[in-house]
Each structure stands twice: as C-alpha cells, then as structure tokens.
Ligand binder design. Structure first.
Ligand code: XMP
Length: 523
C-alpha cells in the first residue's frame, strides 16, 4: 500500500483482464487509486487504506459458484460510495440480498450493446451517463446475470440482455453496472466515472507536479545519504526514473547500463552518450553480451528466455553494485502495470500471460533494497513527468522497448547471426516509418526475425534466407492494441528496402493481429 497524502480510491480486483483500465480512467480524472486483489483486501486492510470510494472490478468467476471471490462485508459499512462492474455488480447484488443466475444463451452478452434509461430515470441518467440521445453504447462481457436486484436498489437503465444494466441505491451511494465503462468501446464511460468520483468528493488533486514533489521527497526519505544504483535500460521508464533520482539525490546515483547483447543498432552508445554528456549522470556501461547470449544459447521457450534474462539482470546488477561502496539501493523504472501484472501472477485472480522480467525475475533475497519511483504511474504519465524533468522530446517519444529486448523478437533459438540481421532490418523499418512521418502515430513498431528460412530469387541466384515479420500497433496503454493500417505502397517499399539492404532476409510479412487475441511482442 502506498503512503500518499491524496484522497484515495480502492479498486478491488476480481481478476478482469481490464481492471487496469479502470485505474487509467480514474487517473485521467486526477484521482489517486490503487488496485488490490480481493484476497488482500481484509477488514484491517480497509481500515488502514481508508478509501474515499471503492470499485469492484469485473472478473472471470461466477458468483453462483460456492466459494467465488467476495469483498469483505465491512466494505459495505464504510459509508463510502461503491461502484460494482460486471462481476462486481453481481457480487454487490448477491451480497446485499439480490439474486444472480448462471448464464444462459439468451441472457449472455458479449461485445457492443446499447443501454436505455428506464422511463422514471431519464433525467438522472442524462446527467450521469447518457448524453441526451436516449441510448448509450456500452461494452458487455457477461454470462451470468442479475435476476432480482437487492433491496434499496432501483433500475436506471436496461439493455436487451441485461434488464438491470444500471442499478443504484442513491441513499447508500451504491452503483452497479453490468457493462464495462472503462473500455474504449463504452465511449461515454469516462462521464460515469467522473460523476461517481465527484459524488464521492474527490477534488482531482492527483497532478504530475504534485507527484514529482512527493516522489522526490519519498526518494530522499528512503535512501538518506546512501549511494543508489539505477538500472538504466535506455527505455523511457528507466530513463525517467534515473532523471528523477538524479534530481532528488544528485551524485549519490550511479547508473548501470547493461548491454545484454539484445539491444537495437547503436542503442548502447547513444544511451550512454546521452546520459553521460547530456545529463551529467554517472553511468557504468556493463558489457555483458557474452554472459547473456551464452546462457540463452539453445533456448527456445519464451518463458525460459524471460526467466534467464531476468535472473542474469539481477546478478549483473549485484556484481556492479558490489563495486560501489555502501550501495544499498537498486532503482528501477517499474511502472504500475508491471506491479499489477506481478501481483496477479503471484496470487491475484487474473491469468499470467507473460513474466515481465523487471519484476518477475526478482529474487526474494536480493541484497539490495528497491527504489521504484514510478511504481504508481502509467506509461503516458511517465512521459509527462520525463518532459517536466527536461528529457529531450525525441527520447521521451520513443516507442516502448521491452526489458528482454530483441530476445522476445527472435522466436526460437537466439544466435548472434540472427540478432545482427534483426538489428539491421529493424533500423531500416524504423527509418522508413520516420521518413514517412508515421512514428508518433504508432505505439510500437519493430521487426521480428522468424525461425524459418524461405527460398527466394535475387538476381539470377537462389536464396535461402530468413523471413521476418513487421509489427506496428496503435494502443493507448499496451493492454489492447490494433495493427497499424500502413498503405500497400509503404509496405511494399519497406519490404523492398529490407530485402535489398539486409543480407540474410529474403521475405517480409506484415503482422495484422490485434491484441487480444495476439500480444504486441511475439513472445
Ligand atoms: P505484450 O507483448 O505483453 O506487451 O502485449 C505489452 C507491452 O509491454 C512490453 N513488454 C515488456 N516490457 N519488460 C518490459 O519492460 C518485459 O518483460 C516486457 N514484455 C513486454 C511490450 O513491448 C509492450 O509495450
């Protein structure tokens, strides 16, 4: 639990894949919130957390199943507003005396739906959720449904598959919605959250300026006059973390840039030059390519790759930390989504898709204490903070780059030969994107080298070289993504350039998978 002086909202996570988006919407409203898995939310936790409002997330379970997840009963007695979403709605109904029935085909709803206000509640709903057109698009994803609402509640809106799409008990300020107002497919969802938090008395005091001051104070309190070692990856997150730490503790900070041999073309030199020359930070360039590539030799399984890289990262850090006298702290650019994801796989209710190396590989008994000044921020908030700290726009605007680097863009076995080819192809691809002025429209773009060779013909000769896949996605948070709709001209020109300029590749494909069902990275 974080020590913040702001009013806070508690999101109790029942395992929905989109719980983070609730937090995202609330942060946009300058409301401080934290997500905690339901197992951790005990009576004592609630007392200590002292939320000003609570949201119950959706979740994959069924409330009709014996032993399914529940919030503590005391949540309802705190006298604070509660919003239940999807599974959270059903939990609230059942806990407070309503009935939920297991899904049948005619009551299940998945995807787009439209809710309409009940006759008696049109006026209220027009201010609260609807924009006056009489119906509102929402995103449904439920199998079970509420069949009787709890005493004290009234129906405010219905949809064809959900007669209780929105119900509320205005006296107790309990609201229950069957759909997901946090996803983009519920276009007016932000208004619903806005009304909910305004009603709860939030003033919107969570701003980046306030965050920066608070973060600097917390860093100073935590580390005192001890040396801190910072894991610099060259990505936006660790760069902003380093800049923030530098502002807080100056020369007490030493950055270690681990060159694991899985970086992009010229990346290591550029990053080290920027931090040493532009920002005057102490930077150690750890040349550990042989160590990482050696241990990865012959490994194809994606999770094994991630685990190896995560473990070596920590080991390497310890090695360098040992050389810095008195170093007790390790700083990392861990973001809020990483925290949530690692909470989930260590006992939270949602399914683990990938182990993020920056948190997942962290051994319990590491000899260093962690400083993670961005733990409460989302990516776009980190960018705002980075700009405020004076990092160049060209750097802040860079696409995210994963900690395991090119390893997860090289499905199958990783070899130096493949990595060299991949680096060159990636550089051509990004150059193309920049030349066409598309870089800032894209969340992330990269090349993956495929573990397959294909036959081609160049000049009069036969080639038998690697195929690669180009990936470019739009996204707001990395949680969901759509492929970028390049023109055929762009794709053709880029494929021609890559095949002509990069020896070792003779075929290019474009990956048009969205997330879900795909993920952004290939592994
Ligand atoms: P996926 O592939 O899960 O990626 O759709 C979502 C976002 O997370 C990045 N990513 C990582 N970032 N450590 C990181 O710091 C990791 O282990 C990691 N794995 C994926 C990915 O690049 C995308 O932006």
């Amino acid at each position: 639990m974080s020590q913040t002086s702001h009013d806070r909202l508690l999101i109790i996570d029942f395992g929905s894949q989109v719980t983070q988006l609730i937090a995202r919407r609330l942060r946009e409203l300058n409301v401080y919130c934290e997500i905690h898995p339901y197992q951790n939310v005990t009576d004592a936790f609630l007392t200590e957390f002292a939320p000003k409002a609570i949201i119950f997330s959706g979740g994959p379970d069924s409330v009709v199943r014996e032993g399914s997840p529940r919030p503590p009963r005391s949540a309802y007695d705190l006298g604070v507003p509660i919003l239940g979403i999807c599974y959270g709605q059903q939990v609230m109904m059942q806990d407070l005396g309503g009935t939920v029935e297991a899904g049948e085909s005619h009551t299940a709803e998945f995807g787009r739906a439209y809710v309409k206000p009940t006759e008696a509640r049109i006026d209220f709903m027009n201010g609260w959720f609807l924009d006056g057109t009489g119906r509102e698009q929402v995103w449904m994803s439920h199998g079970d449904h509420v069949s009787h609402i709890a005493p004290g509640f009234e129906v405010y809106a219905t949809s064809p598959g959900a007669p209780f799409a929105i119900t509320a008990d205005l006296d107790r300020r309990f609201y229950a919605v069957q759909f997901h107002p946090e996803v983009h497919h519920t276009p007016n969802g932000k208004t619903l959250y806005e009304n909910f938090v305004r009603d709860a008395g939030f003033t919107g005091d969570w701003t980046m300026d306030a965050y920066r001051e608070e973060a600097i104070r917390k860093i100073k309190d935590q580390v005192g006059d001890k040396p801190v070692i910072c894991a610099l990856s060259g990505g936006v997150d660790s760069s902003v973390a380093a800049a923030l730490l530098h502002e807080a503790i100056g020369d007490q900070l030493t950055c270690v840039f681990v060159d694991h041999g899985l970086l992009r073309l010229n990346e290591a030199d550029e990053v080290v030059a920027m931090f040493r020359d532009h920002m005057n930070l102490k930077v150690i360039h750890a040349q550990e390519q042989d160590l990482f590539l050696g241990e990865l030799e012959g490994v194809s399984d994606p999770e094994t790759k991630r685990k190896i890289i995560g473990r070596l990262f920590i080991e390497v850090f310890q090695k360098y930390a040992d050389q810095i006298e008195g170093a007790e702290f390790l700083a990392q650019g861990t973001l809020y989504p990483d925290v949530i994801e690692s909470v989930s796989f260590s006992g939270g209710p949602s399914v683990t898709i990938k182990s993020h190396h920056n948190v997942g590989g962290l051994p319990e008994k590491m000899g260093l204490k962690l400083v993670e000044p961005l733990r409460e921020l989302f990516k776009d908030e980190v960018r705002v903070l980075g700009r405020e700290l004076g990092l160049p726009d060209s750097f802040i605007g860079r696409h995210p780059f994963p900690g395991p680097g090119l390893a997860i863009r090289c499905p199958g076995e990783i070899t130096r030969e493949k990595l060299d080819i991949l680096r060159k192809a990636d550089a051509v691809y990004i150059d193309q994107i920049r030349k066409h002025g598309l870089y800032d429209d894209i969340w992330q773009a990269f090349v993956a080298i495929l573990p397959v060779r294909t036959v081609g013909v160049m000049g009069d000769g036969r080639t038998y070289d690697f195929a690669c896949a180009l990936r470019a996605v739009t996204s707001v948070d990395g949680m969901t993504a759509d492929y970028y709709p390049f023109t055929h001209e762009f794709l053709g020109e880029t494929a021609t350039r890559i095949i002509n300029e990069v020896k070792g590749i003779n075929r290019c494909t474009y990956d048009i998978t969205s997330k879900p069902p795909g993920t952004i990275e290939w592994e």
